[in-house]
Design a binder for this molecule. Structure first.
Ligand SMILES: Cc1cc2nc3c(=O)[nH]c(=O)nc-3n(C[C@H](O)[C@H](O)[C@H](O)COP(=O)(O)O)c2cc1C
Length: 213
């Protein structure tokens, strides 16, 4: 059993990576071998629209374009569980994560039949989101579009979960930054009371998605 986590945040050790590490710990608790990939360390681009994956006789569901993402994409197809993590930047996942999903997702899509699954394996997947916005704002303004972002992952397997950790703590010392719109006392309370629950939820998702036959 193998679980791979892809960190779409440039910040090491912050909210997104913390959730991903918990998901990996959950996967480890049921015996998975785990790996964490830092997207911002890789040299790659989004889909180049070369259409090599749509050519007659193309190797099904593999991106033919070779760059820093190639070995990661290959590893994913040999894994059992995939955890993606991204902060929200301007209401969406980060640019690096968008590019990653283009490269993973476009070859999974058949232009002969949109309903056809090209990948016949089974890789459960989860998308972990972290954001400054409070949960109510996420639910009313962002949840649906971000679930749409994760939809392509359904072509990998049967279960795709989206989990949002809201109202995250952004700076190690709020007094050093222009942050008048942010209530540091409230943020600290969320970090101390809610974020540990988000970590527990990530662990549980990691454990659950890895526990399949
Ligand atoms: C460039 C940029 C844009 C952001 N845009 C949003 C946004 O639109 N909505 C939001 O809720 N948070 C936004 N944030 C806050 C981050 O999503 C939030 O702090 C997140 O938890 C950071 O993840 P990290 O700690 O793993 O880096 C933005 C942060 C940055 C740096």
């Amino acid at each position: 059993m193998k679980a791979i986590a892809i960190n779409g945040s440039p910040r090491r050790g912050w909210n997104t990576e913390k959730l991903l590490k918990e998901a990996l710990r959950g996967a480890e608790s049921v015996g998975a071998e785990t790996k964490l990939v830092q997207l911002y360390d890789l040299n790659y681009t989004g889909c180049r629209s070369c259409f090599a994956c749509k050519r007659q006789g193309a190797e099904s569901y593999h991106c033919a374009f070779k760059d820093g993402l190639t070995p990661v994409l290959e590893e994913i197809f040999n894994a059992d569980v995939l955890f993606l993590g991204s902060p929200i930047y301007f209401g969406d996942i980060t640019g690096q994560m968008v590019s990653f999903i283009e490269r993973l997702g476009f070859p999974l899509l058949s232009y002969d039949d949109y309903t056809k699954r090209l990948f016949d394996g089974k890789i459960n997947a989860a998308l972990f989101l972290t954001m400054n916005a409070p949960e109510a704002f996420y639910k009313s303004n962002m949840e649906q579009s971000l679930k749409n972002r994760a939809e392509i992952l359904q072509r990998l397997g049967v279960t795709v979960e989206v989990y949002a950790a809201c109202d995250t703590y952004q700076f190690s010392d709020y007094s050093k930054y222009h942050s008048g719109m942010l209530d540091e006392v409230h943020k600290r309370k969320v970090r101390e009371e809610q974020f540990p629950k988000d970590m527990e939820a990530a662990y549980e998702i990691g454990r659950k998605l890895t526990s399949f036959e």
